[in-house]
Write a protein that binds this ligand. Structure first.
Ligand SMILES: Cc1cc2nc3c(=O)[nH]c(=O)nc-3n(C[C@H](O)[C@H](O)[C@H](O)COP(=O)(O)O)c2cc1C
Length: 124
C-alpha cells in the first residue's frame, strides 16, 4: 500500500569533514532516525554527500527539513522522491560508507558542481 516514502538527495560539505565530525553526525542521525523509524544510507567522499532516506512520509520530510537547514553542507538537491511498499535498507538507521573516489559512484557527484544530472540510483 505504498507506505514507505523514499527520498534521495546530494549535497556538498561546506568544509571537508574528518572522521570525528562524521561520527558525531552519524550518532545524531541514527538516534533520531531510529526514533522516527527512518532507515537509509549515507555515502561521503571528496566533500560530497549522497543520502537515501526512507520511512513514514511526515517523518522523512521533517528530518529532510532539518537536513536542509544544516550549515554543515549546502548545494542540496533532491534527486528522487517516491512511495513504495518496501524499504531498501531495512534495519539500517543510517548505513554509512566512505568513498574516496566518488566519481566512481554515478550520482554521487553533486550536479551543482559537475553540471550534469546523473541517475541517483545507478550505483555501480
Ligand atoms: C549530510 C547530512 C546528513 C544528515 N542525515 C541525518 C539523518 O539521516 N537523520 C537525522 O536525524 N539527522 C541527519 N542530519 C543532521 C540534521 O541535519 C540535523 O542536524 C539533526 O537532525 C537535528 O535537527 P534539528 O537541528 O532540526 O533539531 C544530517 C546532517 C548532514 C549534514
Amino acid at each position: 500500500m505504498n507506505s514507505v516514502f523514499h527520498l534521495v538527495y546530494v549535497s556538498t560539505a561546506r568544509q571537508l569533514l574528518d572522521a570525528e565530525a562524521l561520527e558525531s553526525l552519524l550518532i545524531q542521525a541514527r538516534e533520531r532516525n531510529e526514533r522516527l523509524a527512518i532507515t537509509g544510507m549515507l555515502i561521503y567522499g571528496a566533500g560530497n554527500f549522497i543520502q537515501a532516506l526512507e520511512g513514514p512520509h511526515e517523518a522523512v520530510l521533517d528530518v529532510y527539513a532539518s537536513i536542509q537547514r544544516d550549515q554543515r553542507h549546502h548545494h542540496i538537491i533532491t534527486l528522487v522522491e517516491f512511495d513504495d511498499d518496501e524499504r531498501d535498507f531495512p534495519g539500517w538507521w543510517m548505513a554509512y560508507a566512505h568513498e574516496p573516489h566518488p566519481e566512481k559512484i554515478k550520482g554521487c557527484i553533486n550536479p551543482c558542481l559537475s553540471g550534469c544530472y546523473p541517475h541517483p540510483l545507478n550505483v555501480g
